[in-house]
Design a protein around this ligand. Structure first.
Ligand SMILES: *Cc1c(COP(=O)(O)O)cnc(C)c1O
Length: 218
């Protein structure tokens, strides 16, 4: 699907939800996509991109950023602590703050650098054992612990369980954000972004609908 078509679906969803035009940020998820496709989307005007792997992002974005100004990069995949330093240098936003040890690491890096990327706390809304993220019951305490380290998340992120209606997960995330005074909601992907916009998403993460199917990870 072209960028223009995704943008028009997004505007319609914003309008249908009674939300201001442009209130939702489209993150184009370019992980594993061939550079030619990424360049096409850059040429069409998209500037906000999401990546899952620090290594891959570090190998492709410095070059791409030379050719196109104003790129904002979002880290949306699991972040290993030993890649945190590289990640904070490369990314403008990290959506996968998912454990206390990573919070501590990011807090230390922010202190050293005097600044750091914007952060979303990833919540495991389905309490799935194989999935990363803070469990819903532990979220309020985790946010408080982050703030005590002078780390100030701007919102929450979730990936609802496969094969389930995502809407209850979007609502759960929205309620948890509201009660913690957090404004950002990173939720909604190719198959469900319109539903996420209806539930208050501020950031949607769209990959395959925009770029086409991804090659499998190596
Ligand atoms: C890959 C990925 C996406 C994009 O998924 P699509 O279904 O291709 O839109 C969104 N969010 C996260 C966390 C991802 O890993």
């Amino acid at each position: 699907m072209t960028l223009a078509l995704i943008q028009s679906r997004l505007s319609q969803a914003e309008q249908a939800a009674g939300r201001p035009a442009g209130s939702v940020t489209l993150i184009a998820v370019s992980k594993l996509q061939p550079d030619a496709r990424v360049r096409d989307v850059l040429t069409a005007g998209q500037r906000v991109f999401g990546e899952n792997y620090v290594q891959e992002a570090a190998s492709k974005w410095p070059d791409l950023r030379q050719g196109y100004s104003g790129v904002h990069l979002h880290m949306i995949g699991p972040l290993q602590s030993n890649k945190a330093k590289q990640a904070v240098a490369l990314f403008d936003v990290i959506h996968s703050l998912d454990r206390p040890s990573l919070a501590q690491k990011l807090a230390n890096l922010a202190q050293t650098r005097g600044t750091g990327p914007a952060l979303f706390v990833q919540v495991n809304t389905g309490s799935e054992p194989q999935k990363a993220g803070i469990l819903p019951d532990a979220l309020d305490q985790f946010v408080a612990d982050c703030r005590a380290m002078d780390l100030h998340p701007q919102g929450l992120m979730c990936i609802p369980p496969d094969g389930q209606d995502p809407v209850p997960h979007f609502r759960l995330l929205r309620d948890m954000a509201a009660r913690n005074g957090l404004h950002g909601l990173s939720m909604g992907m190719s198959s469900d972004f319109e539903a996420a916009v209806a539930e208050g998403a501020t950031h949607i993460r769209v990959g395959s609908a925009l770029f086409g199917a991804r090659p499998a990870p190596a």
